[in-house]
Each structure stands twice: as structure tokens, then as C-alpha cells.
Design a protein. Structure first.
Lengths: 160, 130
């Protein structure tokens, strides 16, 4: 039955909403824009009427494309909304560290930052990241390792 | 490196807002209603009847259009003509060079000619007179 498709997409959304939202937020740096991007992607997916072969990489790739479109076309101000929930971070007394990590993430190249976001916060494999970005698995893995190494170096330097 | 990964992984992420959840719920609800509506739309009885009649007519017309060579088979009437065994008569009947109308041989039937002798015995028959 055709309603199974809608149900499939709804279940996919419920299982991946946090990862998708974090990815969209990391690209747009605005909560409102991230919400619009997710909404647009699922609206298009539902209009498509049939699931793609590999749903997860496909939807993340759509989020990326929609975020780029949003950044190009929108006159919305970049809010620099945080990826991290600072209210919960504050309660744990680690807010300073989290702000530091977020600031350090901004110092990485776009490829490195995106790769780290997808790997750590999207729980993606290098193969999936490579498919989303249209690069080889080795390139995706090297972006990730290089970015993480840079973070570690700066983090240690600032801590000492 | 693993410590850094673990630390970053443990960081609480900004959750989607309630507004977004409402938007997405509405989106899925609308999508499922639209899909169900396509297949479960109520149709009036008269619409079903009209559709049936139109389909039947289209079928008949389509049949005629697709097989135009179809003809009604009619029963052919076989006519038998009996003539005397007289050379002048037989020449008149069987001479294909002669150009005169012989009404009974051009009739739209399958004429058969039998020639009889004076005694009444049949000596020759033909189904293909002209």
C-alpha cells in the first residue's frame, strides 16, 4: 500500500531527526534555516513517492544540497546558533569546554568540520560520508583524521 | 584522539525545536491523507454507471477500429442450370471469347451447368462456366 511509504519516511525521520538537524545546523548555523532545510527535504522526498536505494546517505545528501541552496538564496542573517545544547552543558559545569570545542571546530576547513560532524554526530561510516560528499573513502577518512588531529593539537596547546 | 572523539560524542546536542516537530507531524499527516484519498475517494453510483457504459462503448468502437476487415458471412446459393446437348447452345455457354451477356451466368451465385442428352442422362457438368 502507498501509505507504507509515508510510514517508512516518518519512521526514518523519527530515528534520524537529531542527526539530520545537527548536520543542517552545522551547515547553516541557524536554527530556523536548519528547520526549513529539513522540512523542504522531507517534503520533496514524500513527493518523490518511492524510497531511494540507500535512504540514509540520500537524505543527508539532500540536506546538504538544500542547505547550500538556502545559504545562497536566503537573505537570512547567520545567527551562529550553537550545535550544542548549552543549557544542559551549563548544568554539567562543562560549558566552557564545549564552547571551546565549538570555537575550535570553526577553525577547521569546511570539509574537515563537515566530516567530523557527520562521523561523530551523524554516526556515519566513511563509506556513507564519501557517498554524501562525492569523494573517495580515503579522502573522507583523511579529512576526518586531519581535522581531529588539528583539534587535538590546538586543544592541548590551549589547555597547557 | 579517542578521548577527544569520546568527549565530543558525549556533548549534548541542540535538539530540534517543538515548532519543527509540529511542522513535520503536519507534513506526514497531510502526506498520508493525500495518499489515502487517492485510493479511497468515494465515487457516486451514477459515476460508476456512466464509466461502465462509456467503457463498453469504447471497447466496441475499439474492436471495430482494430479489425476493419471483419465481414458478415452469408450463405451462398447454388444454382444449377440444365441445358440441351446441342452444339450451338453449349458453344454459346462455354465460349469465353464471345462477348455477350448471359444473365444467368453472371448472377451472384455459384452457377453450375449440366448438359443433358435427349434421353435425360447428364453428360457433362461444370462449376466454372466463364
Amino acid at each position: 500500500m502507498k501509505t507504507d511509504f509515508v510510514e517508512l519516511i516518518r519512521r526514518f525521520y523519527e530515528m534520524n531527526r537529531q542527526e539530520l538537524y545537527t548536520y543542517a545546523l552545522s551547515l547553516t548555523e541557524s536554527k530556523d534555516a536548519a528547520e526549513d532545510v529539513i522540512h523542504t527535504v522531507f517534503l520533496r522526498l514524500l513527493k518523490r513517492g518511492k524510497p531511494p536505494r540507500e535512504l540514509r546517505p540520500y537524505v543527508f545528501r539532500c540536506v546538504r544540497n538544500a542547505a547550500i541552496d538556502e545559504l545562497r538564496s536566503s537573505s537570512r542573517n547567520v545567527n551562529n546558533d550553537s550545535l550544542f545544547d548549552l543549557d544542559r552543558a551549563g548544568r554539567n559545569n562543562t560549558m566552557g569546554l564545549r564552547l571551546q570545542v565549538e570555537r575550535l571546530l570553526q577553525t577547521l576547513s569546511e570539509d574537515e568540520r563537515e566530516c567530523i560532524t557527520l562521523k561523530i554526530y551523524g554516526s556515519m561510516t566513511f563509506k556513507e560520508i564519501a557517498a554524501i560528499r562525492g569523494v573517495s573513502i580515503n579522502t573522507a577518512a583523511s579529512w576526518y583524521r586531519r581535522g581531529l588531529q588539528k583539534l587535538k593539537t590546538v586543544f592541548e596547546k590551549e589547555s597547557s | 584522539m579517542k578521548d577527544l572523539e569520546r568527549f565530543m560524542d558525549d556533548m549534548p546536542l541542540t535538539p530540534p525545536t517543538d515548532k519543527m516537530e509540529l511542522r513535520m507531524n503536519d507534513l506526514f499527516l497531510e502526506a498520508s491523507e493525500r495518499r489515502e484519498g487517492l485510493f479511497r475517494r468515494p465515487v457516486a453510483f451514477w459515476q460508476c454507471a456512466v464509466a461502465s457504459v462509456l467503457s463498453a462503448l469504447a471497447g466496441l468502437l475499439g474492436g471495430y477500429v482494430l479489425s476493419p476487415g471483419r465481414t458478415v458471412k452469408t450463405e451462398t446459393v447454388k444454382m444449377i442450370y440444365v441445358i440441351h446437348n446441342d452444339p450451338s447452345v453449349t458453344r454459346n455457354v462455354f465460349d469465353t471469347q464471345a462477348s455477350r451477356p448471359i444473365p444467368f451466368l453472371t448472377a451472384p451465385t455459384e452457377p453450375e451447368v449440366q448438359i443433358i442428352e435427349l434421353g435425360g442422362n447428364s453428360v457433362n457438368t461444370s462449376n466454372d462456366p466463364v
